[in-house]
Design a protein around this ligand. Structure first.
Ligand code: NAD
Length: 293
C-alpha cells in the first residue's frame, strides 16, 4: 500500500518557509514583498481562487492588492493596470487571473507583465530562463509537484520520469524541472503510442491531463511515485459531485510506492508556491539574496 503524500501539510510548511523569508527580508533589508492580483469579470471559481490568494498572501506577511475590473473592461484598460503595477516599486509580483473575457487577448496581457514580476512564470522570458537553467520565476503547480516528489524521493537523479500532458502551464514546465533534477524525462500526450507501456517504465509519474482516473494500476511500475495534478469534477453516488484526479487512486495506491490524493495533494501547493515566487521576486528585484533561488 502506497505512502500517501500529504499536500496540505507540505503546503503549510512551504508557507511557513515563506513567512520566515518575508520576516528576514523585512528585518535585513527593510523589504516587504507585495503581490497584486488582477481579476477581470465575474467567473465564480476565479473569485474564490483570488480571495484565497489574498488571504494567504496577508497571512505570510506580504502586502496584497486585488484589482477587480468589470467583465466589459477593455484590453487597453487591463494593459494600463498591468503597466501601472510594472512601474509600482511596492509591487513585486503581478498575477493576472485566467481565464480573461474573450474580447481580451490573454497572451498579449501576460506578455506585458515585467518578467521579473511574473509570479506565474508564464512569460516567454521566464520559460526561456527555466530551460536554459538561469534563475527564473517558475510556474507554481509544477514547482509544487516537484516539491511533493522530493518529499518521498531523496534524490530524483537518474530516475525515469514520465510526465503525461504537455501544456505550457503544467506538463512542459514539470518536464523542465525534472530534467534539472537529472531525471530521464519522457513527455507523453494525446498522440503518444502505447501510453500504458511508456508510463509503466516510470519510477516517477506526473499526470496532468484533465481526464478523470485515466491512469490505471496496470500502467504503474510497482513502487513508483505518482504525482496527480488533475482536478476533475465528476458525478458522485449521492447525486452531488466530487473531485477526482487523472489517476485511478484506489487501485494505483495498491501498486505505487507513494501517491498524492485528490483533493489534498498538488492542489494546496499551488498558492503556497505562488507566495514563494512573490518572495523570490521581491529579493531578486531588490538585488539581495533569496532563500528560494
Ligand atoms: P490542458 O488541457 O492544457 O493539457 C492537457 C494535456 O493532456 C495536453 O497536453 C494533452 O496533450 C494531454 N492529453 C489529452 N488527452 C490525452 C490522452 N488521452 N492521453 C494522454 N495525454 C492526453 O490541461 P492543464 O492545464 O495542463 O491541466 C491538466 C489537469 O491539471 C487538469 O485536470 C487541471 O484541472 C489540473 N490542474 C491543476 C492545478 C492545481 O493543482 N492547482 C493547476 C493547473 C491544472
Amino acid at each position: 500500500e502506497a505512502k500517501i503524500i500529504d499536500g496540505k501539510q507540505i503546503a503549510a510548511s512551504v508557507r511557513a518557509d515563506v513567512a520566515a523569508e518575508v520576516a528576514r527580508l523585512q528585518k535585513e533589508h527593510g523589504l516587504k514583498p507585495g503581490l497584486a492580483v488582477v481579476l477581470v469579470g465575474e467567473d465564480p471559481a476565479s473569485k474564490v481562487y483570488v480571495a484565497n490568494k489574498a488571504k494567504q498572501t496577508v497571512e505570510v506577511g506580504m502586502n496584497s492588492w486585488e484589482h477587480r475590473l468589470p467583465a466589459e473592461t477593455s484590453e487597453a484598460d487591463v494593459l494600463a493596470v498591468v503597466d501601472k503595477l510594472n512601474n509600482d516599486p511596492a509591487c513585486h509580483g503581478i498575477l493576472v487571473q485566467l481565464p480573461l473575457p474573450k474580447h481580451i487577448n490573454a497572451e498579449k496581457v501576460l506578455n506585458s507583465i515585467n518578467p521579473d514580476k511574473d509570479v506565474d512564470g508564464f512569460h516567454p522570458v521566464n520559460v526561456g530562463r527555466l530551460w536554459v537553467g538561469e534563475r527564473a520565476l517558475v510556474p507554481c503547480t509544477p514547482t509544487g509537484s516537484v516539491i511533493l516528489a522530493k518529499s518521498v524521493l531523496p534524490s530524483l537523479s537518474g530516475l525515469d520520469a514520465v510526465v503525461i500532458g504537455r501544456s505550457n502551464i503544467v506538463g512542459k514546465p514539470v518536464a523542465a524541472l525534472l530534467l534539472r533534477e537529472n531525471c530521464s524525462v519522457t513527455i507523453a500526450h494525446s498522440r503518444t503510442k502505447n501510453i500504458e507501456d511508456v508510463v509503466k517504465r516510470a519510477d516517477l509519474v506526473v499526470a496532468a491531463v484533465g481526464i478523470p482516473e485515466m491512469v490505471k494500476a496496470s500502467w504503474i511500475k510497482p513502487g513508483a511515485t505518482i504525482i496527480d495534478v488533475g482536478i476533475n469534477r465528476v458525478p458522485s453516488e449521492n447525486g452531488k459531485t466530487k473531485l477526482v484526479g487523472d489517476v485511478a487512486y484506489e487501485e494505483c495506491a495498491k501498486v505505487a510506492g507513494a501517491i498524492t490524493p485528490v483533493p489534498g495533494g498538488v492542489g494546496p501547493m499551488t498558492i503556497a508556491c505562488l507566495l514563494r515566487n512573490a518572495a523570490q521576486a521581491a529579493a531578486m528585484i531588490a538585488g539581495v539574496k533569496s532563500a528560494f533561488a
